[in-house]
Design a protein around this ligand. Sequence first.
Ligand SMILES: Nc1nc2c(c(=O)[nH]1)N[C@H]1C(S)=C(S)[C@@H](COP(=O)(O)O)O[C@H]1N2
Ligand SMILES: [Mo]
Length: 325
Amino acid sequence: MLIKIPRGWELPDSAATSETLFRQRRSLVTAIAAGPILAAGAALLPRGAFAQSAKVADPTADLYPVPQNMRYRPERAITAEKEATSYNNYYEFGTTKTIASTAQDLQIRPWTISFGGMIEKPFTIGFDDLVRKMPLEERVTRMRCVEAWAMTVPWSGFPLKAMIEMAKPTSGAKYVHFETFKDPKNAPGLRQFWFPWPYVEGLTMEEATNEMAFIATGLYGKPIPKQNGAPLRLVTPWKYGFKGIKGIVKVTFSDKRPTTFWEKSGPTEYGFWANVNPAVAHPRWSQATERLLGADERVPTQIYNGYGEFVADLYKGLEKEKLFM
Ligand SMILES: Nc1nc2c(c(=O)[nH]1)N[C@H]1C(S)=C(S)[C@@H](COP(=O)(O)O)O[C@H]1N2
Ligand SMILES: [Mo]
């Protein structure tokens, strides 16, 4: 049986809009990149100015914006870009929410990701090569932090499934493990020796190949900012935000479940599954409602963060597991 699911980029207006935007952006980027004087002069400029020129020179900037996938209706207003990029969790840079400026010191080029474990042949790939091999799309999804704040943002990137297929896991692989960099040089939070670095996360293969599991490489139609996980981070909208590991450098396939960063740090409070559920309270606070970033509003939290139609089946037969912490 052939089922045709209408996809966002097949709709004539959205396709036309993306295409026009794409062309405009591209000629702008080309014009700026054509100026070698800008790059040479940058060394003489104050730090802020250099950061600005470095941003323009992102080698993947020409890729964005990408066509929108309208399948996952956000049903909420998009969070202001300023909010989503200035209120973050990224413990490698500290335990406060205001790590954005510290995170700018992270060197994101060169950036390689190593693939290993139960795959046909281990390999390492540069981020710029990887992203150009992947089917890029934009999707607006909700993100619910376990601390009960939430945002709704346009991620650009690709389905995790596409990267898994590229890695060619063997049939024995049951889990995919992800790791963040652990070099303390440009990430002062890594000196907090009491945390079990590196940040580790994982999914079952069924979760990882579900259509909702996404790797974000962009945000608000541009390369993703460092504070949000550049150059690539995981997005699992039906799970608490801590599953969305940032700054990924290593992907490993295994028949064993990883013990994640938060499980090691607080095993009575955080688990492997971490699916959103308003009815299962955190030991220290209710999960019934959430605060929207940039608004004073609190709204009810939904089971699987409202994405049950896509993911609830993944948990059939797993009712004995702690699925919601
Ligand atoms: N490597 C790493 N990834 C991480 C974190 C972190 O501390 N380190 N924090 C997580 C948590 S708790 C949340 S809520 C989200 C926050 O993503 P955002 O800053 O883009 O909103 O990132 C997740 N990914
Ligand atoms: Mo979080």
